[in-house]
Design a protein around this ligand. Structure first.
Ligand code: FAD
Length: 478
């Protein structure tokens, strides 16, 4: 990439917003897990949609590959430039205005760089809820959430990011601006362009703003943790909870004993709320539009019935808001609590909900056959069929020796997932991590259709090349 081209980009945003110093660029080149590390000669930080448009038009004209980056919390390396390539990073963090809040229509128009937690606060100020909730919400940005179609802990009740978005503003690789900032719940007019950009991981264009849905804040809220013997019993509990409280069921998270041990051992302030140890735990979250009491009564009803049916062995219902937060902390800290135990091989997978117990049995058996001392920490959003099937390194094995078998273990788990009609990426996307796997598992016609869409939007192949799918007509960058 020539200095002349870089100078043209810098002139668009101004020198102060065109980062060239390698020390300042370094944090943009690596993602939180440290799995991917790339190269880039420049980070551009546009301050307006017009600047984004000029950057993309210049990139198409000069054939410069661009990598959009938001909060850099993505788990599949989509936001990191490719190693050995020269790709310019476009950081959306300066596009962070809330353009409009409409509590009557229950919508908010936000720019792509708004941090998710700031959106929560702005919604709260008008007594509304934006229900997308992730462990990374203090850092991730709505543009990143839309581009990965993020899930999180409240999908069961509110859907994933796609279901929470009404309209988009997108800059296309040519520099053209598509203003699709509509706030309609019903709009059956032709192909749904919005849904193409959601989950596209920056391969079709740059999202600059969105109209998102707001909801009433639930009046009552209750959380409980139950101890049980098996994922089969967790499934029976899920069915019971759904039957008894319908849409009021906002979270249903499965956790194994080993995860409870890790999180209570390594995360200060966490403690097991139950007197005895159980093989499995379920966290249930219930919201009520009526009252605190209504949420509490529903929770008690579920737990009492589940106990007398022999589905659960014990349960504790939170007695205060701080206890509710403490229960959730046990679950949310589970990925972090694996770190002091060594390295992990992780799988963000989904299977049909009724197949979860069978999936657990088959995957555990196959992984243990290959690696007898594997410490399996399988937890997650059971109500969405989404399990984070993580494996912590066996004791006495070096991280390098363990991670050298990552590909082999991935294949074992993915094979079972696919046999059961599941997905190899439930909520984290494809990025660079699963690009080749996606190409291998999808029908050729599906990959070809994706490539045709990519070519229609991005004929020069400048948008996040080497992510999600390969660029038609070009060899894979690695
Ligand atoms: P980035 O990581 O910066 O980017 C993600 C992708 O979007 C990249 O491909 C990038 O090129 C593209 N992109 C970013 N902005 C734009 C834009 N404006 N236009 C076009 N493309 C763009 N994910 C879940 O789904 N559920 C969870 O529960 C969850 N929990 C997490 C907890 C922790 C502690 C961490 C660290 C991560 C978690 N994640 C979770 C993963 C991650 O936070 C989400 O994928 C999030 O949506 C990424 O947002 P981001 O702003 O960090 O985007």
């Amino acid at each position: 990439m020539t200095k002349v081209v870089l100078d043209r980009f810098a002139a668009i945003v101004g020198d102060a917003h065109a980062v060239r110093d390698p020390d300042d660029i370094a944090p943009y080149l690596i993602e939180p897990r440290g799995l991917y590390h790339g190269n880039s000669p420049m980070v551009l930080k546009p301050g307006s949609v017009d600047e984004v448009s000029k950057i993309l038009a210049t990139a198409t004209e000069t054939g410069t590959p661009l990598v959009p980056q938001a909060g850099n919390t993505g788990h599949t390396g989509g936001q990191v430039p490719l190693e050995g390539e020269s790709q310019v990073i476009v950081s959306l963090s300066r596009l962070n205005r809330i353009r409009n809040v409409d509590p009557t229509g229950n919508t908010m128009t936000v720019e792509a760089g708004c941090i998710l937690e700031d959106i929560h606060k702005a919604a709260n100020e008008v007594e509304r809820l934006f229900p997308l909730s992730l462990g990374s919400q203090g850092t991730c940005q709505i543009g990143g959430n839309l581009s990965t179609n993020a899930g999180g802990i409240a999908v069961l009740a509110y859907g994933n990011t796609r279901q929470l978005c009404l309209g988009l503003e997108v800059v296309l690789p040519t520099g053209e601006i598509w203003n699709g900032l509509r706030s309609l719940k019903k709009d059956n007019t032709g192909y749904d362009l919005r849904d193409l950009f959601i989950g596209a991981e920056g391969t079709l264009g740059i999202i600059t703003a969105a109209v998102i849905k707001l909801l009433p804040i639930p009046v009552g809220h209750q959380v409980a943790i139950a101890g049980l013997d098996s994922p089969d019993q967790a499934l029976a509990l899920l069915n019971k909870a759904e039957r008894k409280c319908g849409h009021a069921l906002t979270g249903f998270e499965l956790m194994p004993r080993i995860g409870m041990e890790f999180t209570t051992t390594h995360i200060p302030g966490n403690r097991d709320p139950l007197q005895e140890n159980y093989d499995w735990y379920v966290l249930i979250d219930i919201s009520s539009s009526q009252s605190e009491e209504a949420a509490d009564i529903m929770m008690q009803g579920i737990m009492e019935e589940a106990f007398s049916d022999g589905i659960i062995k014990d349960a504790v219902i939170a007695q205060s808001e701080s206890q509710r937060a403490a229960f959730w902390n046990l679950r949310e800290m589970m990925p972090d609590s694996q770190k002091p135990e060594g390295s992990s091989i992780k799988h963000d997978v989904s299977v049909p909900i009724a197949a979860i117990p069978d999936f657990m049995t088959r995957a555990d058996r196959a992984v243990r056959a290959a690696m007898p001392d594997a410490r399996i920490v399988a937890f997650g959003h059971m109500g969405d069929g989404n399990i984070h099937y993580n494996i912590t390194q066996p004791k006495g094995v070096t991280p390098a020796a363990f991670l050298a078998r990552r590909h082999e273990i991935n294949e074992i788990v993915y094979e079972i997932v696919l046999e059961m009609g599941g997905s190899i990426s439930a909520e984290h996307g494809i990025g660079q991590m699963k690009r080749d796997k996606l190409a291998a598992i999808r029908q050729p016609i599906e990959i070809e259709l994706m490539q045709r869409i990519k070519a229609a939007f991005d004929p020069a192949g400048i948008m996040n090349p080497g992510k999600v799918i390969n660029t038609p007509g070009k060899p894979l960058p690695h």
